[in-house]
Ligand binder design. Structure first.
Ligand code: DAH
Length: 340
């Protein structure tokens, strides 16, 4: 009996003193494992007189159960403590400010390009994109600008060889469309263009959108109506348009189109150089030679064309004074525009 009490006390004390599940398992093995001290008692059974055996066995089993219960209780306590410790370690302070996720946005040039395309698509135009590297024929000759013609100076670009060049404008889109499509034609041709130019208002690479309408009986009046509707959509309802006579080899007559200044609304300010008007694009009635060269009969059909610079519209719309800021990828500059 004394040995039993001793074992019980010892197991209890040792279990209570353990601080980890690993240590508790060692203690458990020491007492009730296969070679444990209490288990060893059962092996003594054969030496116990027969009449005492039953009560001895019961006592050993009771002791084993009692000790097991102590170990289980301790195990629950240790597991609970381990869980609490882990929670403490993994705790996060939900009152701390979070790390904001940076969201990108469309580039101002894309915003303006999409607005222009939306406006014209609403008027029934389709989009056609031509190649950036194009031939002398499509960039000049088919647009009524023969080799060595002085008008080529207006669109001096980068040559790959005598015949292949980076297109200086999106006007070749007109020719490619007319060669492939029968009238009625109503297309827009947006894209990158290149010029041997570089200052605050000119960039060696910039973007244009070409427009072309070919049908029976279209005239300069239709052009005026079309562009008037367009500028009201892009700037605002009060914007007025004005045509000034101009010259382009591919249109006859040719015009330059001005709009009332969106900053001062025609009163005169720095942006419009005190004239109240800002030039936004070139346009005209398609030259009969151009129609003929692209396989369209100028006696049956007539055409309207216009070409605008996307940078120019963006600069006017957002009051940007240097074109180069549009290409510098300065996030602080770009963040100011619509985020969508
Ligand atoms: N291609 C001309 C340029 O780059 C712009 C232009 C003017 C396009 C008149 C046209 C047009 O289609 O009719 O300066």
């Amino acid at each position: 009996m004394q040995e039993f009490d001793e074992l019980r006390k010892q197991a209890k004390t040792e279990a209570e003193n353990t601080v980890s599940l690993g240590a508790l398992n060692d203690v458990r093995a020491k007492f009730i494992g296969k070679n444990g001290e209490i288990t060893a008692l059962l092996r003594q059974m054969k030496d116990i007189p027969f009449e005492e055996r039953a009560s001895f066995g019961k006592k050993v089993n009771d002791l084993k159960e009692e000790v097991s219960a102590i170990f289980e209780k301790k195990e629950r306590e240790l597991k609970e403590k381990e869980r609490e410790d882990r929670f403490k370690k993994e705790a996060v302070d939900i009152t701390l400010p979070g790390n904001a996720v940076k969201v990108g946005g469309a580039h101002p040039l894309n915003i303006v390009k999409n607005k222009i395309i939306d406006a014209f698509c609403g008027l029934g135009f389709e989009v056609f994109e031509g190649p950036e590297i194009d031939s002398d024929y499509y960039c000049f000759q088919a647009l009524n600008i023969p080799k060595d013609h002085p008008a080529r100076d207006m669109q001096d670009t980068f040559y790959i060889n005598d015949n292949i060049l980076l297109r200086p404008h999106t006007s070749p889109g007109q020719v490619r469309t007319m060669e492939n499509k029968k009238p009625p034609i109503k297309i827009l041709s947006p894209g990158r263009v290149y010029r041997a130019d570089d200052d605050a208002s000119h960039s060696p690479m910039f973007h244009q959108i070409e427009g072309l309408v070919v049908d029976k009986g279209v005239s300069l009046c239709d052009l005026k109506g079309l562009l008037d509707t367009f500028v009201k959509l892009i700037f605002d309802e009060d914007t007025k348009t004005r045509f000034r006579p101009s010259y382009f080899p591919f249109t006859e007559p040719s015009v330059e189109v001005d709009v009332t200044c969106c900053k001062c609304h025609g009163k005169g300010c720095g942006l419009c150089k005190n004239t109240g008007w800002i030039e936004i694009l070139g346009a005209g009635v398609v030259n009969k030679n151009v129609l003929k060269m692209s396989g369209i009969d100028p006696e049956v059909y007539s055409g309207l064309a216009f070409g605008l610079g996307i940078e120019r519209i963006a600069m006017i719309k957002y009051g940007i004074s240097d074109i180069r800021t549009l290409f510098e990828s300065n996030v602080r500059f770009l963040e100011q525009f619509d985020r969508r």
